[in-house]
Design a protein around this ligand. Structure first.
Ligand SMILES: Cc1ncc(COP(=O)(O)O)c(C=O)c1O
Length: 405
């Protein structure tokens, strides 16, 4: 056990105002979700996008009230969309989210699949900005669409030369039957945490129109943007009117187990969304809709406390890496709670996550699964306590020290 881990064994929770500091390791290990059950007990898990937080109080109350009432039937109404529209007005100064142009979907990735079905056909290429969230490859390929990569630049931002090249290839490669290529945008970007600017999104929209690509924007990380940076909804930029977006409270409030998300159409995509088959609306759970609605409506203070904790964690990680692992490159970014670490100078090969796991007993996401540009990188989940981040870096350091001998 390393030095830092000695302070982590207590099972008592604290009443710290920072939700990321509230749960002890002992308590977290009682969880049965993927983050905590995939690896053995001696592995510290900082991989999959779950947060080490207790449920936000307004969400816990809404779900508990529903359980007490036996309110566990089918979802009804538009409260989720109304709560998101209000959140969007307050947080992003965007009043273009029209409730009538929304639909509930089971979760964001199934929503992405359904939106791509609406705007593209089998065989039509889908452009993504690599490195990117691995299901973008798996889900899209599984629906019979080839994935074309437009790699991000070294600064983690959209590279417009590579984007235009990919759009050109997508337009040429579109299936003869349907000829409808698409661009699956990740905004903010997982894994780099990049928050695309209004200028970048406008430029992407203009290019997409010029090459005849429809845009589906996965905006699940939108609430998780820190500090002075403001998230810009894709549908709010000029040229974004025929886009489709997927949003959810899932990442911001750690609700992946309470399934519900929203598909949102721009004004010029309303007819497409209207073609969404009835069956899709049967997927989201009523408890999920209740939880997500409460999060967006009443969970703002809690989210702010998380965002401030994440800012601290980014600074902490940068400091620890500079001290213990200076060969690892990390550029803190304002979006998501994910840190994208360039480990290529460590000289431990293309899959550093494997070395960190085997030798350091710390689980990070392997960059190799994120497509081109992922080899030699790992993704570390910062949505945990400073103690666990410190412990993770110490374990990574020990793993590399062992390798050198
Ligand atoms: C970019 C992105 N999209 C979608 C998801 C998954 O969302 P859902 O569980 O709602 O499908 C994640 C989860 O981490 C994600 O990072």
């Amino acid at each position: 056990m390393t030095e830092a881990s000695e302070g982590l064994t207590s099972s008592t929770d604290t009443d710290d105002a920072n939700p990321l500091q509230r749960l002890s390791l002992g308590r977290l290990r009682q969880r049965t979700s993927m983050k905590w059950r995939t690896y053995p007990e001696d592995v510290l898990p900082l991989w999959v996008a779950e947060m080490d937080v207790p449920l936000a109080e307004p969400v816990a109350r809404a779900v508990t009230d529903a359980i007490a009432l036996g309110d566990t039937g089918y979802p009804a109404g538009t409260e989720y969309a109304e709560a998101l529209a209000e959140f969007a007005r307050k947080r992003w100064d965007w009043d273009g989210l029209a409730v009538r142009r929304t639909a509930i979907v089971p979760d964001v990735m199934l929503g992405v699949v359904e939106m791509l079905k609406l705007v593209s056909g089998p065989g039509d290429p889908v452009v993504v900005n690599s490195p990117v969230y691995p299901p973008f490859y798996q889900f899209v390929r599984h629906m019979g669409r080839p994935v074309l990569e437009a790699p991000l630049g070294p600064d983690g931002r959209i590279d417009f030369i590579s984007l235009e090249g990919a759009f050109g290839r997508a337009a040429r490669g579109a299936s003869r039957n349907t000829g409808r290529p698409a661009y699956l945008l990740c905004s903010p970007h997982n894994p780099t945490g990049t928050v695309h600017t209004a200028e970048e999104l406008t430029r992407a929209a203009r290019l997409a129109r010029a090459y005849g690509l429809r845009v589906v924007a996965d905006e699940i990380h939108a609430p998780l943007v820190s500090g002075d940076t403001t998230f810009v909804p894709y549908l709010s930029v000029p040229g974004g009117e025929n886009g489709l977006s997927l949003m959810s409270a899932s990442k911001g409030w750690n609700l992946a187990g309470l399934k519900a998300a929203l598909a949102i159409a721009g004004p010029a995509a309303a007819d497409d969304l209207a073609r969404l088959p009835e069956e899709v609306s049967h997927g989201p759970s009523h408890l999920g809709v209740i939880a997500h609605t409460a999060a967006l409506r009443d969970g703002g203070d809690w989210l702010d406390a998380v965002l401030s904790g994440l800012d601290d964690n980014r600074r902490l990680l940068a400091r620890l890496l500079a001290e213990y692992l200076p060969a690892v490159r990390y550029a803190p970014a304002p979006g998501t709670y994910l840190a994208w670490l360039d480990c290529r100078e460590l000289g431990i090969g293309d899959d550093p996550a494997d070395v960190f796991l085997r030798r350091g007993r710390v689980a990070l996401s392997s960059g190799r699964h994120f497509g081109s540009g992922g080899a030699g990188f790992v993704r570390l989940n910062l949505a945990t306590s400073p103690d666990l981040i410190t412990e993770a870096v110490l374990r990574m350091t020990a793993a590399v020290a062992d390798t050198a001998h």
